[in-house]
Design a protein. Sequence first.
Length: 309
Amino acid sequence: MAAILDVHFGRADAPPSELADAFHDVDVPIHHNEHIAAAALRADRQRVQRTGRWLVRHSTDQCSATVGLALLAAGWAEEDIPLIQTIGLLSNRFGPLAAEALRRRRAGEQALLWLAQRVAGWGRVYVIEALCRHGVYSSRQWLLRHACDGDFLNGYFAGQVATAAHLHEAIVGTEVDDDLVDHTGRLLKIMAGCRGVGMTLEHYPPAPIALAAHAAHLGRQTPTVNRYVDAAVIADHLADKSPERSGCTTEQRDHIVQQYLSVLDLQDWCDTVRAGLDRNSEFFAWFAGNVAARLHLRAFTDPMGGDDR
């Protein structure tokens, strides 16, 4: 790749179109590559920028378009942000380099946030990881409420979001709304079960603070199926594993589990999950036979309801 670029840039009259198919049979990486970056630095900066723009806009070969994006990622031009964002929407392929390119620019945080709000899958992983590395002054509120979209790949960045956005400070602060509490539940649930993928509760020092605060806020919320399930999965992880696996002492773990159970066994919470979960679904069978059974959840062991605890 670098050799092809060196030859091309070594000819002053070579047009960008000559590179349209030049990388079709070359193994082009989708992440930052030091050899491409070095080739860009060896050439005239304005010509590198023009070539990168042309390849991103006009090449029909994804390998050449990737090289074009890599050339733009070697620069800092603010005027290239809209073009980088546009190709970044094809995020599974172009997400890593788009994230790197935007992170290097002065208006990078806002540009990354725009892209993060529009991508999913692996692309979301690349962009949100870049946001967490870039600094989250402008994007903190969004990260605290919307970063996790339910995809299993969220496990790769959930811990980074919790750390970079200072989750433990937000969840005990004065501006706690339902979106923050719900997303905190999603983050904690993901971190409870993402061993081998991303940061777990065990390696998140403020885990006891965030868990206790989430459990406390839960009791002041209107019951929903999603809130019930998230809280139950968190409580099940805490109760089923050693306290160290959740970053807690035994006393902390036991108290937090009891906090969760005291909410989940309230009558209105029991009624909500009974009415909202499809008893014929595979999820219901798994949840009832595992999480609910281990925690002895009242909604599943006492179908007639009874009195509140």
